[in-house]
Design a binder for this molecule. Structure first.
Ligand code: FAD
Length: 358
């Protein structure tokens, strides 16, 4: 495979955007296709977590493209977990030695920093451009575009296609039609719903700012991560069905009673609980494994290759690590993609399987 002069990245999420920066910095011509509108103009779409835990693995990948410092300025350090029991007693579990911490960052804020930086370097982003088909032999993509002036379809050839289009990847869909492609998708019994603890008077934090809060309740839990405006985004991880489940919370009085009994200290802090509970979606959680990640001149990266449930807060961090390691391999193999593509999947598959198993 000769050095690709024209690379398509499918997906302007966290991983696709970061990878575009790495590749552009190496001198490649990169076009990123994103099925959603430009979040800088339209605002971020709901449905995924509002904030994320960014840890050392992810920071290292950002550091290498010069973005760790600007991001640290908008990140909130979380030095450990504050555990809330049913009576409202608090315990503290540090994440590491003194001075060590993980960070709470806004998903859309981080994504926008990455897209802005990539554009500044010369990456071309095409929004409202959904990839509907990938031809693995011709290395071409079919792009379905929606705009105010109409819709249309184009087929474009590239030298390399990178599928960074997330857990429900269309690029992976093309690989699934090839011989001896392994694929598994496992939904867990729990789903999640996001709720909010708003800021107190004067944008103050109503609970400890520099911590990840957890209300563990044996088979389910509530967590809360701080936001720069003083609010906390809370996520209830909860079974879909069973005696204690989303299924059983049928009306406002069920929800109120459940929170009063299970999370009494939170109820006082969530004046909009019922509104949030009714309007925010209940989303599912899935682990996705597949192999190989490479066919001809098409490769998968990030959640498209290895989607995991969020309990370790490592999905994005692992995707960022994919980008850093791909960049290292390009150095090691003097830009020879014929050796880099098999090397990335061989190196990363055991590690991403391990975090999925954990
Ligand atoms: P995505 O973020 O899914 O981005 C894929 C992009 O591709 C999207 O913009 C999508 O619109 C676009 N796309 C999809 N299909 C097409 C198509 N056909 N054509 C064009 N574009 C397309 N990870 C952490 O590290 N820390 C955390 O604390 C954490 N918390 C999480 C909490 C929750 C509730 C969930 C669900 C996940 C969490 N994760 C966390 C995981 C993290 O969100 C993912 O690992 C990360 O978003 C993966 O990035 P990605 O770019 O690979 O995929």
């Amino acid at each position: 495979m000769s050095k690709p002069s024209n690379i398509a990245i499918i997906g302007a999420g966290l991983v696709g955007s970061l990878l575009s920066i790495y590749l552009r910095k190496r001198g490649y011509q990169v076009t990123v296709f994103e099925r959603r509108g430009d979040m800088r103009k339209k605002g971020a779409e709901g449905g995924r977590s509002i904030n994320l835990a960014l840890s050392n693995r992810g920071i290292r990948a950002l550091e290498e493209v010069g973005l760790a410092e600007p991001l640290k300025k908008v990140a909130i350090p979380m030095h450990g977990r504050v555990i809330h029991d049913r009576k409202g007693n608090l315990g503290f579990q540090p994440y590491g030695k003194q001075g060590q911490y993980i960070n709470s960052v806004s998903r859309s804020g981080l994504n926008i920093v990455l897209i802005d930086e990539a554009e500044k370097l010369g990456v071309q982003f095409l929004f409202d451009a959904r990839i509907t088909h990938v031809d693995l032999e011709k290395t071409s993509i079919t792009i379905s575009r929606q705009s105010a002036t109409g819709s249309g379809q184009d087929v474009t050839n590239f030298d390399l296609i990178i599928g960074a289009d997330g857990a429900f990847s269309a690029v992976r869909g093309a690989l699934q039609f090839t011989d001896r492609f392994d694929y598994s998708q496992d939904y867990i019994d729990h789903g999640y719903k996001e709720l909010t603890i708003p800021a107190g008077a004067g944008a103050t934090f109503q609970i400890e700012k520099n911590a990840l809060h957890i209300w563990p309740r044996e088979s389910f839990m509530l967590i809360a991560l701080p936001n720069p405006d003083g609010s906390f985004t809370c996520t209830l991880f909860f079974p879909f069905q069973g005696n204690v489940s989303f299924d059983k919370l049928k009306n406002d009085s069920d929800v109120h009673q459940f929170f009063a009994e299970t999370f009494p200290d939170v109820l006082k802090l969530m004046p909009e609980l019922l509104k949030d509970f009714n309007s925010n979606p209940t989303s599912s959680l899935v682990t996705i494994k597949c192999y190989p990640w490479v066919r001809n001149k098409t490769v998968l990266i990030g959640d498209a290759a290895h989607g995991i449930v969020p309990f370790f807060g490592q999905g994005m961090n692992a995707g960022f690590e994919d980008c850093r390691i791909l960049n290292e391999l390009l150095d090691q193999h003097q830009e020879n993609w014929t050796s880099v593509l098999p090397a990335i999947q061989e190196l990363r598959k055991p590690d991403t399987d391990a975090i999925a198993q954990l």
